[in-house]
Design a protein around this ligand. Structure first.
Ligand code: GLN
Length: 547
């Protein structure tokens, strides 16, 4: 049976609760325990799938096809444990389950209330798979005091109360602001935040305090006294140069020891931190630099492409170089020459995206990379744009385009080289969708198998002939155009097992030009860089040597 660690936040948002949770998970693993991490989000969307990346950052997709919070990406990158649909839940999902049960008559005529019906639903969620791991880490989104968060806080209070003593602990993340005029780190906001928690029946065992500088003993003692925690359980979380320093930094601060102490686990198993020591060494002792352009739409908010940025960092680590990413807004060269914006980069990546805005620019980026022989990685929409570019400029299909854009515009303008997929095979079942279907959760989502062509570049990179990767899209390259494009050198080197859906394309006559219909970035880890990203960065290093 798992022990539970509930992680809450106070004072302000964006303190890195997800990262702290993920790092703690990795430290418990380093001590030989198994872990699973979960996120409980108070917002009312049923899932983040329909939220704009500008609002909420990237949507992280699990193998089993759930569209989840980007914190699940951190969890997976730090622990290597593949996230599942049951690792993420929102108020919207909880309420929608409760209302569905109410309509079905499951509550036998009772009045439905937050306590116990909503809180029971939350507790049921927390319990899923509790006998599979040693530790279950549950992060509550938002900050204490938010109206939406209350049912979650109440549910974890009840949950801990119902469990035998010593099986649940609470970790609270806060901010210690530094006041320049007095030269002090202030503990008052943390005291208030803990007071707020205690007023709803929760008492933290561990305080993680974000601060710009080390926390002097005097302030630690004060926090311990006023917030009713042990002085060793006040963990300083100073700003870091790289997120991948977090496990070692938190370990030095005694976070994992404090957690084991709070559970009364003694003697504590010795940690093996070699994985994180190697990761740090690769980050801080890079032997060169490359410049990569990410040509996308949501460039104002880096979180929109979080996993891609991280996967590039991992690719850099594999080659012991630093990858400097520049975000280029594709719309700028929708109707001009792309060259002035793209010259000087050692590689170009066109990520996933939705909608027509900026796509002409992305097509130009693909053309630039193809003709100048610059390494190109096209992900999902980035692959579709590369195929459209090939169709238009190499295979004489001047009006090639994607049905997605015609649907959006409400008129037919393009030959649909990329078309709306209405039926496909998942395992042994056929999935069907209509254009008019509601937006949420209607895509080809989750893990699918692809067969790689023998002797192709990707087969060499993966060192395999069958792979599994995660998908999130509605549109698909039409195999009708395969022969025409292969004649011109664009090889369809990865296909769905039934041979109907192109999964990967690559230019035969190019040092490194690969488009993938899936999202390889979601499976990359700092200690196991994804082969496509590792090789893409290797190709970028080679380009950098040529100039
Ligand atoms: N908009 C495209 C589709 O739905 C690509 C999606 C993506 O890049 N994730 O197929």
């Amino acid at each position: 049976m798992a022990r539970f660690i509930f992680i809450t936040g106070g004072v302000v948002s964006s303190l890195g609760k997800g990262l702290a949770s993920a790092a703690l998970g990795s430290l418990l693993q380093a001590r030989g325990f198994t872990v699973r991490l979960r996120k409980l989000d108070p917002y009312l969307n049923v899932d983040p799938g329909t939220m704009s990346p500008f609002e909420h950052g990237e949507v992280f997709v699990t193998d089993d096809g759930a569209e989840t919070d980007l914190d699940l990406g951190h969890y997976e990158r730090f622990t290597g444990v593949a996230a599942r649909a049951t690792d993420s839940v929102s108020s919207g999902r909880i309420y929608s389950n409760v209302l569905e049960k109410e309509r079905r008559g499951d509550y036998l005529g009772k009045t439905i209330q937050v306590i116990p019906h909503v809180t029971n639903e939350i507790k049921d969620f927390i319990r899923i798979g509790e006998d599979e791991v040693d530790f279950m880490l549950c992060e509550i989104g938002g900050t204490v005091g938010d109206i939406e968060g209350l049912p979650f806080f109440e549910a974890i209070r009840q949950f801990a109360q119902e469990k035998p003593r010593g099986e649940c602990i609470f970790m609270h993340l806060t901010l210690l602001p530094y006041i320049k005029a007095s030269g002090e780190l202030k503990t008052k906001p943390t005291q208030h935040s803990v007071k707020e928690l205690r007023s709803i029946g929760l008492a933290p065992d561990i305080l993680v305090c974000r601060s710009e500088m080390p926390i002097p003993q005097k302030e630690r003692d004060k926090l311990a006294l006023f917030c009713n925690v042990r002085p060793e359980a006040v963990i300083a979380a100073q700003d870091l140069n790289s997120i991948y320093e977090a496990p070692l930094a938190y370990h030095r601060e005694g976070m994992d020891q404090a957690v084991l102490d709070a559970f009364g686990i003694s003697p504590a198993p010795k940690p093996d931190l070699s994985r994180w020591e190697d990761v740090s060494d690769r980050i801080f002792n890079a032997e060169g630099e490359v410049k990569v352009a990410i040509v996308g739409k949501y460039t104002q908010l880096e979180d929109a492409y979080k996993s891609i940025a991280e996967a590039l960092t991992h690719g850099g680590m594999a080659n012991r170089v630093k990858v400097n990413v520049e975000w280029v807004d594709a719309e700028i060269f929708d109707s001009e020459d792309a060259a002035p914006y793209l010259e000087g980069f050692h590689a170009i990546l066109v990520p996933g995206g939705f909608g027509e805005r900026g796509t002409e620019g992305k097509i130009k980026a693909a053309e630039f990379a193809r003709t100048r022989k610059i390494p190109y990685l096209g992900i999902c929409l980035g692959m579709q744009m590369a195929v459209i570019e090939a169709a238009r400029n190499v295979a004489n299909l001047a009006d090639a385009g994607s049905e997605e854009f015609d649907h959006e515009a409400g008129k037919k303008r393009f030959t649909p080289v990329v078309y709306h997929l209405k039926e496909w095979v998942q395992g042994n079942a056929t999935v069907t969708r209509r254009v008019e279907d509601a937006k949420g959760g209607t895509m080809r989502l989750g893990s699918y198998t692809a067969h790689l062509k023998e002797g192709s570049k990707v087969a060499g990179i993966y060192g395999a002939s069958v792979i599994e990767e995660r998908h999130r899209h509605r549109y698909e390259v039409d195999i009708k155009y395969r022969d025409k494009l292969e004649d011109k050198g664009l090889i369809f080197s990865g296909m769905s097992p039934d041979g109907r859906l192109p999964e990967i394309v690559e230019w035969a006559d190019h040092p490194w030009f690969i488009g993938v219909q899936f999202h390889p970035e979601l499976k990359s880890k700092p200690f196991a860089p994804h082969p496509l990203f590792a090789d893409f960065v290797r190709a970028a290093v080679e380009t950098s040597r040529l100039v």
